[in-house]
Design a protein around this ligand. Structure first.
Ligand SMILES: *[C@@H]1O[C@H](CO)[C@@H](O)[C@H](O)[C@H]1NC(C)=O
Ligand SMILES: *[C@@H]1O[C@H](CO)[C@@H](O)[C@H](O)[C@H]1NC(C)=O
Ligand SMILES: *[C@@H]1O[C@H](CO)[C@@H](O)[C@H](O)[C@H]1NC(C)=O
Ligand SMILES: *[C@@H]1O[C@H](CO)[C@@H](O)[C@H](O)[C@H]1NC(C)=O
Ligand SMILES: *[C@@H]1O[C@H](CO)[C@@H](O)[C@H](O)[C@H]1NC(C)=O
Ligand SMILES: *[C@@H]1O[C@H](CO)[C@@H](O)[C@H](O)[C@H]1NC(C)=O
Ligand SMILES: *[C@@H]1O[C@H](CO)[C@@H](O)[C@H](O)[C@H]1NC(C)=O
Length: 246
């Protein structure tokens, strides 16, 4: 029996496109995709060490679909988690790598909590992400360069944390849709990467209150959509020879 199921599944694999394959395999082997999101969010709940108002403790319960949990919004068709907004819940803890399994996620807002530790590399699987707001937490470590490989990203807010190291020089290589990049209020150092001009549709760029050194790259002057630029409170030197068009 099992062998014949496998045979049909493999036959389908050869014949159909990938979306259909996932659906067929899910049906054949009775994989409940809603549970994937529940497993991910329960794993995340476990890495939250303090929930002073018991918001998640009382609400994220296994006898209710994740789509009815506080802070969670699902897509109407596929009932997968599309939005996760737990901003200002006063939570502490770390971000579980399991969050990287919420592959339908478009908006992630965990701002104004007290999350610590590094951003797990598993979040690089969230290729549908459009907005990520991790601002006003206590994250440490480097800003991962894989952010630059999330093709739909429009807004990246990482301000007021304890990120260190440099701003990855290739961060803008594949982010044609990025409009907002806020990394102010961290401990970033080194040069402002000239490649930032590859984020050619950027409208708001905040790099202030860090330890950036060197010159302001003249390439910033070519960002024709730029409306807001914050560079203050750094260790920048040299002649400001930009022709700002803002
Ligand atoms: C899938 O899992 C969810 C959440 O545990 C449950 O509500 C739903 O009934 C399950 N669906 C099927 C088809 O088993
Ligand atoms: C749901 O589960 C919680 C424990 O997780 C329990 O206290 C509550 O009574 C359950 N509610 C229903 C409607 O079954
Ligand atoms: C969880 O929160 C949602 C959204 O605020 C609410 O509609 C729902 O009734 C809550 N569920 C429980 C079990 O408290
Ligand atoms: C998340 O919720 C807060 C209110 O608690 C709101 O201000 C913010 O805009 C929401 N974030 C997103 C990405 O919708
Ligand atoms: C989800 O992610 C974790 C950690 O990245 C992994 O161990 C697990 O197997 C993944 N899959 C599911 C279905 O939870
Ligand atoms: C955040 O959590 C860290 C580690 O648990 C703690 O040292 C720090 O005081 C917390 N900060 C705030 C603002 O609660
Ligand atoms: C954000 O960081 C700036 C600079 O370090 C600081 O002046 C400001 O008070 C911080 N804001 C909050 C809400 O923590």
């Amino acid at each position: 029996m099992v062998n014949s199921y496998l045979f049909y599944a493999l036959a389908l694999l050869l014949l159909l496109n990938s979306n259909t394959i996932v659906l067929c395999l899910a049906t054949t082997f009775n994989i409940n995709t809603t549970n994937t999101d529940q497993i991910s969010l329960f794993a995340f709940k476990k890495t939250i060490t303090s929930d002073p108002y018991a918001i998640l403790a009382n609400n994220w319960s296994e006898n209710v679909s994740v789509c009815h949990w506080i802070g969670v919004t699902c897509g109407t068709k596929h009932q997968r988690v599309m939005y996760l907004n737990i901003s200002r819940f006063d939570l502490s803890g770390t971000v579980s790598p399991h969050l990287g399994n919420l592959t339908f996620l478009r908006y992630l807002d965990i701002s104004f909590n007290n999350f610590t530790g590094n951003i797990p590399s598993e979040l690089s699987h969230l290729y549908r992400l459009r907005r990520i707001n991790m601002g006003f937490n206590s994250f440490t470590g480097e800003i991962p360069s894989w952010f630059g490989a999330l093709p739909q990203l429009e807004q990246m807010i990482l301000m007021n944390n304890t990120f260190s190291g440099t701003l990855p020089s290739d961060i803008c290589n594949n982010l044609p849709n990025l409009k907002t990049l806020y990394v102010s209020g961290n401990q970033l150092e080194g040069q402002i990467p000239p490649n930032i001009c590859k984020c050619r549709n950027i409208e708001r760029l905040a790099l202030s209150t860090n330890h950036f050194t060197g010159k302001i790259p003249s390439e910033i002057g070519s960002l024709s959509m730029l409306k807001e630029l914050y560079l203050g409170y750094n260790d920048l030197k040299g002649i400001y020879d930009l022709t700002y068009t803002i």
